[in-house]
Write a protein that binds this ligand. Sequence first.
Ligand code: BES
Ligand code: ZN
Ligand code: ZN
Length: 479
Amino acid sequence: MKNDSLIRLTKTGSPDDVSVHLIKDRKDLRDISGIENLRAKIAERVEEEELVFSVPSEHGLTIIVKPKKEDQLSYRLQSARMLGAKVRKILNSEQVKEATFVSNWDEKDNALAVIEGIVLANYQFLNYKTGDSNKPNSLKKLNVFSSGISVRDLDELHAVAAGTFAARDFVNEPVITLTASEWSKRMGKLGKIAGFTVKVLDRKKIEELKMGGLLGVNKGSVEPPTFNILEWKPKNAKNERPIILVGKGVVYDTGGYSIKGGPHMATMKCDMGGGAAVVGALSSISMNRLPVHVIGLIPATDNRIDGKALVPDDVITMMSGLTVEVLNTDAEGRLVLADALHYAKQYDPELVIDLATLTGAAARITDFHGIAMCSDRTDRTDSLKESGERVYERIMEFPMWNEFHEAIKSNVADIKNLGGVSGGNITAATFLHRFTDYPWVHLDIAGPAFMEKDVDYRLKGGTGAGVRLLYDFIKHTYA
Ligand code: BES
Ligand code: ZN
Ligand code: ZN
C-alpha cells in the first residue's frame, strides 16, 4: 500500500555530508561550510536568476538552490517546486540516500515548496518492473535544518504527498488488476492506515437503489460495479453539514459501442483520476486529522463492449427518476456521476465538489496546466481558486449559461447525454447540474490527471491532480 519512493522527512540540528542550501543571494554563501576553496567561483554563478547547481564539498556534496524572484505567488512557489525536482534528479544521479536541506529564510513557504518538489519528483511506479529495470530511486530520507519549519509542517507535507502517491498508484495500475472491486478493497486498506472509513455498496445494493446511470455503464462489463462511501468525521469537526467530494471512477473507458479510435483509447486507465483524487484527499485529510467532516462518493465501473452493453439510442432511468437518452456511450462519466450527485442529496451537504476526467473538450482547453471549472455558486469559489494558485492546480472558470441547457434537451427522454458541437465541458457540467440541489462545484481534470511526458515533479502517468488542491482548500476554508 505504501509507495517506497515516498521520502521520510525529519528535523535535524546540523547539516549532513550531503546538503542542499536554499539561498536568496551571494551573501548567504558565507554560512555554508566546506566550500571555502570554491566560494569565489560559486559567487559568480549565483548571480544567475533561477538555479540549482552542485559542487563537491569537503564533506561530500553541496547543492545550492536559488529560486526566481517572482511577485506572483503561484509562479514563485512553482519555481521553487521545479527547482526541488531538479535537486532530486541530482541526488538520485549521485546515488545519495540521505541529505540535509538547509534554509535560513524567514518565510517558510519557498522552502516547503522546494521540499515538496523533491518529494513529489521522487515518485516511482515499479509494480511491473522486473530484474534490472526495477531500479528504485536512491533518496530515502531528507533531514530539514531550518528554524522556521516545524515537525508538524513536515508531517503535513508528508501526508499530502502520501495521498498524492496513492492517487497516482491507483491511476497507474491497469484495469487487468484494478477492477472496481479490487479498487474498493484497496480503498478499504488505505482507509485503515489513514483513518477514514470505507463502505462499499455491491451490485445488489446498487440495483436496489436503482442507480440506472452506474448500472447502465456497467452493462457491458464482466466485472460488477461498486459504489464507495468514504468518510472522515472527527469529533472536533467545525462544519455542521458535511463537505462531499464526488469522484468519477471509470476504471477503464473504451468508449463502449461509441468506441474510442486507435490513439484515444490508450491511457484511459486514467478515467478514475477523479475518484483517485477523492481517495487521496480523504487520506491526506484524515492523516493530518483536519477538524472537518468530509465524505467521499465514488461510483466505480469500467466502460466496455458486450452483447448486453448500452448502444446509442438507449434510454435509461437514473436514480433520481430522470430519464436519459444515451446518444453516445463514450459520454459515460456524466451517467455514473449523476447517480452519485443524486445520492449526495441525503446528507444535506454544505458543499459538493465533483472531480472527473470528463471531457476531451476540457483537456483541449487547459492542457495539463489547469482544471476547467463550472459552478452554480460562483460567489463561493474564490477560496478554491486561491488554493489552485497556491498548489499550482489552477482553475479556469466557465459559465453555465442558460443557452447551454438547450443543448441537452432530448426528443424522447428528459435529457440526452450529448451536447452540441461546442462547449463540451460546459454541456457536460449542465447535465450534472440537473442532479444537484445544493451548492456545487464541478472540476474537469481531463487535462492534468495524466502526463504523456515528464515535466518537473509531474511525471509520466498519473499525477494525483486534485489531491493537493482539495487538501489546501478544505484546510484553509473549513479547518
Ligand atoms: N474519459 C473521457 C474524457 C477524457 C478525454 C479524459 C481525454 C481524459 C482525456 C470521457 O468519458 C469521454 O470520452 N468524453 C467524450 C464525451 C463526448 C462523447 C460528448 C469526449 O470528451 O470526447
Ligand atoms: Zn468516455
Ligand atoms: Zn470517460
